[in-house]
Design a binder for this molecule. Structure first.
Ligand code: BDP
Length: 328
């Protein structure tokens, strides 16, 4: 079968080249933006706010077209590759699958790294946060953060503590530290793209997974895995990244405008996040989900069970972990 480009002739090839560049003549054009979540989800809402800010700053020259609901690919590892290639110009992804694109950002997947949400934001909005964004490479450029709360485990069977996860097949993101964490719990990590996880839970391909309450709710996972334990083992933020291929063609002014727009959406995104978290808890409880709030002993048991991850993976981050811990 003839592919699209072959069928187009010389003019078609030129048009295709413009599409591959992802941008029309210097500084103009539509920016393809990817997100796995549905339109009403706080990450997409944040991107919409960023789009408004960017249009305003560039007098309508840079427009973001947001492809939400995983329209552009099969999971984030896939859309990250497309971003590298320049087919997607901006991607909103979790920091977890960014692990191979930075020697520092993986630190955010360390279990119980942050004392609480304030500590996390003091780190992300401070010097270390900038350092982490700047550390992103491999064809990507880090632009800014979004809130993603904290991740907890959920399962098809009741969960009271870490012992209930032993022997299970647990879906984790594409991230080595997360895989090590699940192994430390005596379970088997399984890589399943986010938008295929509902079916994997439903059909028993995996027994359990972990995520924040808004994702648990909007993905419908609560229907297939109605036992949620609020153990909050990691607080991995969301990241807005750009394709370097596209980025390097922008004028300095436009780069500045994109960076500022990415910064500007954060306050709004965090408000939407807080609202969505409440909504998610309420909705899943109403649907009959059991949310177990573990006591201190159960939380300590999770932290103890996951502690080996610091020995196996912590050393790679040098003094970054202690610098994060020292942030007030
Ligand atoms: C959600 C993140 C999304 C990830 C997903 C996952 O917002 O970016 O794709 O988790 O677990 O919380 O894959």
């Amino acid at each position: 079968m003839m592919n699209g480009i072959q069928g187009r002739g010389v003019l078609g090839l030129l048009a295709a080249a413009v599409i591959v560049a992802g941008c029309g003549p210097a500084g103009t054009g539509t920016i393809r933006v990817s997100d796995v979540h549905p339109e009403s989800y706080p990450t997409v809402q944040g991107l919409m706010r960023m789009a408004e800010a960017l249009e305003e700053r560039t007098n309508g020259e840079l427009r973001m077209q947001i492809y939400h609901s995983a329209q552009l690919g099969r999971g984030e590892t896939d859309t990250l590759q497309q971003t590298r290639d320049g087919d997607i110009q901006i991607n909103r992804i979790s920091a977890a699958p960014l692990e191979p694109y930075s020697d520092k950002i993986g630190v955010l997947a360390m279990p119980f790294l942050f004392r609480d949400a304030e500590h996390k934001w003091a780190v992300l909005e401070g010097e270390i946060g900038d350092e982490l964004l700047e550390s992103i490479g491999g064809g990507l450029v880090g632009l800014g953060w979004q809130d993603s709360g904290a991740r907890s485990f959920y399962s098809t069977a009741p969960l009271e503590g870490p012992e209930d996860l032993q022997g299970l097949d647990i879906r984790v993101q594409d991230n080595e530290i997360m895989q090590a964490m699940v192994r430390a719990l005596g379970a088997t990590p399984q890589a399943v793209p986010y938008d295929e996880l509902y079916s994997a839970l439903q059909h028993g391909v995996v027994d359990a997974a972990e995520n924040n309450p808004p994702s648990y709710y909007t993905s419908g996972h609560f229907n297939a895995a109605p036992h949620f334990i609020l153990n909050e083992h990691v607080q991995i933020p969301e990241v807005i990244v750009a394709s370097e291929r596209w980025w390097s063609r922008l004028s300095e002014e436009d780069q500045e405008a994109v960076r500022e727009a990415a910064q500007e959406q954060l306050a709004y995104q965090r408000e939407r996040w807080a609202e969505m978290e409440e909504e998610a808890f309420e909705a899943v409880r109403e649907a009959g989900v059991t949310i177990v709030e573990p006591d201190q002993a159960a939380l300590d048991a999770f932290a103890d069970a996951m502690a080996p991850v610091f020995d196996s993976h912590g050393g790679a981050f040098g003094d970054l972990i202690s610098r994060i811990e020292a942030v007030e």
